[in-house]
Design a protein around this ligand. Sequence first.
Ligand SMILES: Nc1nc2c(c(=O)[nH]1)N[C@H]1C(S)=C(S)[C@@H](COP(=O)(O)OP(=O)(O)OC[C@H]3O[C@@H](n4cnc5c(=O)[nH]c(N)nc54)[C@H](O)[C@@H]3O)O[C@H]1N2
Ligand SMILES: Nc1nc2c(c(=O)[nH]1)N[C@H]1C(S)=C(S)[C@@H](COP(=O)(O)OP(=O)(O)OC[C@H]3O[C@@H](n4cnc5c(=O)[nH]c(N)nc54)[C@H](O)[C@@H]3O)O[C@H]1N2
Ligand code: SF4
Ligand SMILES: [Mo]
Length: 733
Amino acid sequence: MLKKILKQHTGPLTRDLVQEPGRFGLGKIPSRLKPASTTTSICGFCATGCQLKIHLDEAGNAINLSPQSGYPVNLGMACPKGWQALDPLDATDRATTPLLRDESGTFQPVGWDTALDTFVTRLKSIKETHGRESVAFLSTGQIPFEEMALLGCLFKFGMGFLHCDANTRQCMATAVTAYKQSFGFDAPPATYADFEESDVIVLIGANLCIAYPILWQRVMLNRRNPEIIVIDPRSTETAQVATQHVAIRPKGDLPLLYALAHCIIRDGRIDETSIGNTEGFSEFSEFVTDYTPASVAADAGLSIEAIEQLAATVSEPGKRVSWWWTMGVNQSYEGVRVAQAIINLCLITGNIGKPGTGPNSITGQCNAMGSRLFSNTTSLVGGHDFANPGHRSKVASSLGIPEENIPSEPSLAYDEIFDAVEAGKIKALWIVATNPFHSWINRSRLDTLREKLDFLVVQDMYHSTESARAADLVLPAAGWGEKSGCQINSERRIGTIKAVKKAPGLALSDFRILRLIADRWGCGDMFGAWTDPEAVFKILRDLTAGRPCDITGIKDYDQLDGEGGIQWPYPKSKTQHEKFKMSTQRRLFEDGKFFTPNGKAKLLFTAPSPNPEPTDAEYPFTLLTGRGTSSQWHTLTRTGKSKLLARMAPPKPYVETHPDDARALGLESNASVVIRSRRGEMRASAYIATTVQAGHVFLPMHYPEVNLLTHPSFDPHSRQPNYKACAVAVTAV
Ligand SMILES: Nc1nc2c(c(=O)[nH]1)N[C@H]1C(S)=C(S)[C@@H](COP(=O)(O)OP(=O)(O)OC[C@H]3O[C@@H](n4cnc5c(=O)[nH]c(N)nc54)[C@H](O)[C@@H]3O)O[C@H]1N2
Ligand SMILES: Nc1nc2c(c(=O)[nH]1)N[C@H]1C(S)=C(S)[C@@H](COP(=O)(O)OP(=O)(O)OC[C@H]3O[C@@H](n4cnc5c(=O)[nH]c(N)nc54)[C@H](O)[C@@H]3O)O[C@H]1N2
Ligand code: SF4
Ligand SMILES: [Mo]
């Protein structure tokens, strides 16, 4: 019951609640807290990208916030995390000074001088002894892209290292790879207005009510009486309020999607014009001939009739069908092909480039889309390619750096970086704004790898995170609210965040920390023009000239604020610019042209492969993992510090278990159980409900023990971890 109440209260907030802050525990605002002025900032949690209005006192410090009513994303709404976004800044475990581990293994507070000196001396000596491939960084989708770009460019072009990746690998690498291969560029086509313009909305592996509450509100604003279909093994909060729940077997997506293509092509419900904009249609239609509903029914866990019905609904002539996917698709050992199977369906039915359509990936973190363009990790900064000599020389001349400083080789992916640590090739790691000692798949491996590292630096807002506690050196960082820059949301909308509070103690913005490192390293001159975030924004803007993500038409931060954020592309060229300027909701591919050399989208496919860790007699349950409540963010370092948000979520791990399984295991509600995989075990209390199918259990990722269980398998194209299905055993304690 408590869980049910909690769930109800962690759902999205409607406009009435927004207008009545008293109902949300804020009470009547005393006159001393009445703002002297306000400013705006895009929320720093999820990639929805809601704009918040920050209320400031006379000194310019934040005293409160409320959702911004006129912003084209959130239209005056925010979820609990947005409302409480200032809370985590006041936590008592903020890192307020650099910490250096002494000989006895104890952290000692040190000044920035010592910290920077240690950082530079250690990394330089490791580089000298072991070469440029011996140091790597792991970063994030949760800092402004000006900071990401400085980190990636400093590390590769200035310090001369090669290997780095971001935690976005855990999150949307699959979508990136799928779009790049199919469209020739990483280009999510949607604009959020498409939620309101669709007749059929398919949410596949996506739990909007919990993970993107405001996007669910956008679905609710649809006046076309849409069919809302949720494809998810669990009866999620979203599935429960949709018009149809397709309770798929975990990882049954690829066979199901091929069977849908089979039925649609068989019945001639295809769009010839759209198919004309693709290549590979005859090969694809031949490939799906074998994928009859009867042949995939068992793998998909669905009846033949259900598959036929779904095929008919998503291909109904004259209806606008949009597909939206998140981690149920991306976090899979064959996620890229699943994403492309969705893309293929949209291409063959003409559901692309028109209002209310699209194969649309929703990305996770507030600035994951910024990292896709500017982090200089997997792609060369500004939407370029490290392997392309023309791109390297363009970026070198635009940044005024020697071309030979730009590597042509790719960086290792996240998991490959850990393999290189294991092999003794990588000796030092620098972790920025991510917490892999909690969030990485099969994370206990990191404890072993820690022993292999000569030097581990963690740059975080808090000294208490699982990763910071493992470090040799902790660099104290300012967080969202204490610094400025830009973020890009899931519909490619660029917006600004503002410094509305001073960071505590000696904590500095990541931007400042990186500038100090550049100077200490001796490459400060290379970044002489990178004086502040807005200057960097302009450098990055100019770099995008001529690329699909061209934003050369944006003047400055003020224009971004004045126009309600701006979606890329936004080129300077007169004709294009005039076309785009008029609209605050822009989707891609309206002209049927893609970013491939011949302008055609590719229909890509491979036969489904078996789950790398199927259940068996010893480990008979499939473990699903994901988001628990809308008030919990990832490893809880931020949301766990808000009293209100913490009260809205179960404090201890719980495992969702089907009543039939609970009966067979002799479990009562809230009974203590042990969940075991081949890699580790944890305890949780049983939450017995039909939200999971018999034979499945679900654990929210927010509890650190969960990734002791997960199975380290990866999509071969994207290297994204397969977080969502492995085999476990469940026993009563
Ligand atoms: N409250 C809150 N919101 C968040 C976050 C947070 O931590 N807390 N994190 C943000 C981030 S970074 C991300 S990436 C997003 C994630 O947002 P979502 O992807 O929506 O959330 P998840 O719960 O991880 O996974 C979605 C669903 O995938 C289902 N699933 C599992 N296996 C399969 C499968 O084989 N097939 C299908 N079709 N579905 C499957 C799960 O049952 C789950 O309901 O949320 C963002 N928003
Ligand atoms: N089992 C399982 N595991 C999963 C998932 C799953 O579905 N199931 N989902 C995966 C996904 S999609 C994601 S995105 C990852 C998220 O995994 P993480 O990125 O590891 O999770 P966060 O808690 O967001 O970690 C962000 C860290 O950055 C710090 N921080 C915040 N702001 C700043 C800043 O401005 N500067 C600096 N320097 N530090 C800052 C925070 O304190 C925190 O320690 O988890 C993945 N892990
Ligand atoms: S939906 Fe996402 S962006 Fe909007 S307030 Fe909530 S966490 Fe922030
Ligand atoms: Mo994510």
